[in-house]
Design a protein around this ligand. Structure first.
Ligand SMILES: [Zn+2]
Length: 110
C-alpha cells in the first residue's frame, strides 16, 4: 500500500507526477550460465544422439546461477513528460553502469 506521505516527484526530472504517472520496476542481476548443467545436457545428448532428447533426459537443474554481486531492484516513477520523451533537456534513460556504480558505493558505505 502506498500512502500519500510515500508520494514523491518524478525520479527523472523532479517534476510533479499527478494525476497519472508511470512506474518502471527494474530487477538487475549478474547471471552466469552453469557449465555443469550445460555439460550434463550435452553429455546426455551425445549418449542418446539427440540434443532434444538430451535436454529432456538430463538431470533437471537450473542452468542459470545468480551472482550475489549485483542485486539491484529499482522502482522508478516517471511523469508523463518524461515517459513520452517531451522533456527534451533531460530524456529518461536507464544507465546500467551508473546503477552498478551507485550500488558499489552503497555497499562500501560504512
Ligand atoms: Zn519527469
Amino acid at each position: 500500500m502506498t500512502k500519500t506521505t510515500d508520494l514523491r516527484p518524478c525520479d527523472n526530472c523532479g517534476g510533479p507526477i499527478a494525476p497519472f504517472f508511470y512506474r518502471v520496476e527494474i530487477k538487475f542481476r549478474q547471471v552466469m550460465i552453469d557449465p555443469r548443467a550445460v555439460n550434463q545436457v550435452l553429455g546426455t545428448a551425445q549418449i542418446l544422439g539427440s540434443l532434444e532428447l538430451g535436454a529432456i533426459m538430463a538431470p533437471n537443474r537450473d542452468v542459470l546461477i545468480e551472482s550475489p554481486a549485483y542485486r539491484i531492484d529499482k522502482d522508478i516513477w516517471l511523469c508523463q513528460s518524461c515517459t513520452y520523451g517531451l522533456e527534451s533537456n533531460k530524456p529518461f534513460k536507464i544507465d546500467l553502469v551508473q546503477m552498478m556504480i551507485e550500488h558499489e558505493r552503497e555497499e562500501t558505505r560504512p
